[in-house]
Design a protein around this ligand. Structure first.
Ligand SMILES: Cc1cc2nc3c(=O)[nH]c(=O)nc-3n(C[C@H](O)[C@H](O)[C@H](O)COP(=O)(O)OP(=O)(O)OC[C@H]3O[C@@H](n4cnc5c(N)ncnc54)[C@H](O)[C@@H]3O)c2cc1C
Length: 340
């Protein structure tokens, strides 16, 4: 089947892929986004929340997503109280810093669904959902992506925004070095007896780091980063017992806690991806050039990779032009350093 031509193909419609697509809405680029499953909102509240910085809020405003998000589900962070393992304590606030708020807390699915709605309205974007990639071929003119339904797309630039276990990264043979921390991040939401007053609280405890994040209304979302065994013990507790453990760990600062969502836990791991960009040409040729000169152990950070990239480029032995514009890269959108 003849591939449908685009300027850019993005694989993965999570926050990274969707926000990239939305940020390109005013360009002339023809964009396709392949996603296997559209985001959806859970009933009630989502236990997975984001702390969004003012800079990221501005970005979401610029791409037209922020104003559509339900304001009653978003909580400003007005202050932070950080408790050390001894008597140490650090307090700071938006007021002291002369800014309206330190950031915002909002549910992951709220942001994902709004970006998805934005993307659906975008004229230069084709959403292919459900869509699952089956094969990726690199040609001198374009990357060709074949989906499991047999359809094919081509583009000069292909972006892998398909998460930590990226299929695109695998298909391009980009190395990922995974280091588990031996910890889980336990998350859950609670109703609180006392108002949180927009204060995010964090305790550096012997058993891990506990964060209480203010949500809209008298609610908090917690992240307890703690050793696997301890996290599993907490997960096994009855909801009321977990409430009491969390309240006690936070010195009952907000009075009695009541469960709002079941607890969930995510493994915490450090993932390093030494190279996040690969040239659009057959992988076998790339191995002969880039990796013989720059083995993975030499380039252990994204910064380093960027620095050495032009040098790799000029050393291509294929005899073809070395002009960068003649050969667009495929980009793996997975973070170079990721904790989740
Ligand atoms: C509890 C928790 C709290 C977090 N809090 C924060 C925070 O406050 N701030 C922060 O910056 N980060 C936070 N993170 C990390 C953050 O969630 C991730 O870094 C972020 O989701 C990565 O976004 P992404 O779009 O790259 O990947 P993902 O969100 O994983 O999205 C990948 C998308 O690609 C799709 N996909 C995957 N494979 C394929 C395939 N083969 N074909 C088609 N589609 C595919 C998936 O369906 C998905 O939609 C948190 C993580 C957790 C678990």
């Amino acid at each position: 089947m003849q591939p449908t031509e685009y300027d850019l193909v993005i694989v993965g419609g999570g926050l990274a892929g969707l926000s990239l697509a939305c940020a390109l809405r005013d360009t002339r680029l023809r964009i396709a986004l392949v996603e296997q499953q559209a985001p959806c909102r859970p009933a009630g509240w989502d236990a997975r929340v984001y702390a969004v910085s003012p800079a990221n809020t501005r970005f979401l405003q610029e791409i037209g997503a922020w104003k559509h998000m339900a304001a009653e589900r978003i909580a400003p962070i007005q202050a932070m109280h950080v408790f050390g393992d001894g008597v140490a304590r650090l307090d700071f606030s938006a007021y002291q810093s002369g800014i309206p708020e330190l950031g915002w807390i909002l549910e992951s699915s709220l942001m994902a669904c709004e970006l998805w709605e934005n993307a659906k309205r975008q004229g230069n974007l084709t959403l292919l959902c459900p869509g699952t990639p089956a094969r990726l071929e690199m040609h001198s003119e374009a990357a060709v992506l074949t989906l499991t339904d047999g359809s094919a797309l081509s583009a000069r630039l292909l972006v892998g925004a398909d998460g930590r276990d990226s299929w695109v990264r695998e298909a391009q043979g980009l190395q990922a070095i995974d280091t588990p921390y031996g910890e889980l991040g336990l998350v859950a939401n609670f109703d609180c007896q006392r108002p949180h007053r927009g204060i995010a609280r964090q305790w550096f405890r012997a058993d891990g780091v506990l964060a209480w994040l203010p949500m809209a209304g008298d609610r908090i979302s917690i992240v307890w980063s703690t050793a696997d065994d301890h996290a599993r013990q907490l997960l096994a507790l009855a909801p009321d017992d977990l409430c009491e453990r969390v309240a006690a760990a936070g010195n009952h600062e907000l009075g009695v806690l009541r469960p709002l969502t079941p607890a969930a836990a995510f493994p915490l791991r450090l993932m390093r991806v030494p190279r996040t960009v690969a040239p659009r040409r057959p992988w076998s040729a790339m191995r002969r050039t880039v990796f013989t000169r720059f083995p993975a152990t030499e380039s252990t950070s994204a910064t380093r990779t960027r620095k050495c990239w032009p040098t790799c480029w000029q050393r291509r032995p294929t005899g073809r032009t070395s002009a960068a514009s003649a050969c667009c890269p495929a980009i793996s959108g997975s973070d170079a350093r990721k904790r989740s």
